[in-house]
Design a protein around this ligand. Structure first.
Ligand code: MN
Length: 230
């Protein structure tokens, strides 16, 4: 048996701590849902009619786990926070049924989908892709994952504060598409795999952060997330 010889060092596996164990959850891909809370759709000037969920992606190594500092990215002067429920996929599959989609969710976390809002507005106006607005380095801070064996259903408040001032405060029941519906929809577009994360969209109250800001996020029943912008 020969050992593979890599031309450059192979990248490390990005991972997120799991609450209540010494284990970490290995991240394979990051999917994100846009426009999943009606009040946020309205604040972005959109139409709240229920259409198919909109997906975009980030690279797996965009995560910032363990409450590490988040570097303010290049090429923007309007970096917005979007607090979101994150699904951690433990069982893969395609064209999932309701039951399969529920069983596929291994755990939950609170995360932030950071957005270069100025670049997103430019992309939207020109009909260009969102990658530079969404899929940049360190654009996906995430708290520790709570297994579904401990919390069978994510429910209750989702909130984010900056320097102690509340910016986003909503209820997960305000989501247009439920976690199960999101997993089903994603499984019609990709073969979901263990290690995939799905950021499920943000409620209203998105706004800019600056270097030095302290950002605190929470979802009832899940491990909180706190980090500083540097
Ligand atoms: Mn988002």
């Amino acid at each position: 048996m020969s050992t593979t010889s890599y031309a450059v060092a192979p990248p490390p596996v990005p991972s997120v701590p799991v609450i209540g164990s010494g284990q970490r959850f290995p991240v394979r891909r990051i999917f994100c849902v846009g426009r999943n809370y009606a009040a946020h759709v309205r604040e972005m000037g959109g139409d709240t009619a229920r259409e198919k969920p909109i997906f975009f992606t980030k690279p797996a190594d965009a995560i910032v786990p363990d409450g590490a500092d988040v570097p303010y990215p290049s090429a923007t002067s309007d970096l917005h926070h979007e607090v979101e429920l994150v699904l951690a996929i433990g069982q893969g599959g395609v064209d999932m049924s309701v039951e399969a989609a529920e069983a596929a969710i291994w755990g939950w976390a609170v995360g932030v989908d950071f957005t270069r809002r100025d670049l997103q507005a430019e992309a939207k106006s020109k009909g260009q892709p969102w990658d530079t607005a969404k899929a940049f380095d360190a654009s996906a801070p995430i708290g520790a994952i709570t297994p579904r064996s401990a919390v069978p259903r994510a429910a209750g408040h989702i909130r984010l504060s900056v320097n102690g001032a509340q910016r986003q405060d909503a209820d997960l029941s305000d989501m247009i598409w439920s976690p199960t519906e999101i997993v089903m929809a994603a499984s019609r577009l990709w073969r979901l795999m263990p290690g995939d994360l799905i950021y499920t969209g943000t409620p209203e109250g998105v706004a800019a952060v600056q270097r030095g800001d302290k950002v605190e996020c929470a979802i009832d029943g899940l491990a909180p997330l706190s980090f500083r912008m540097v």
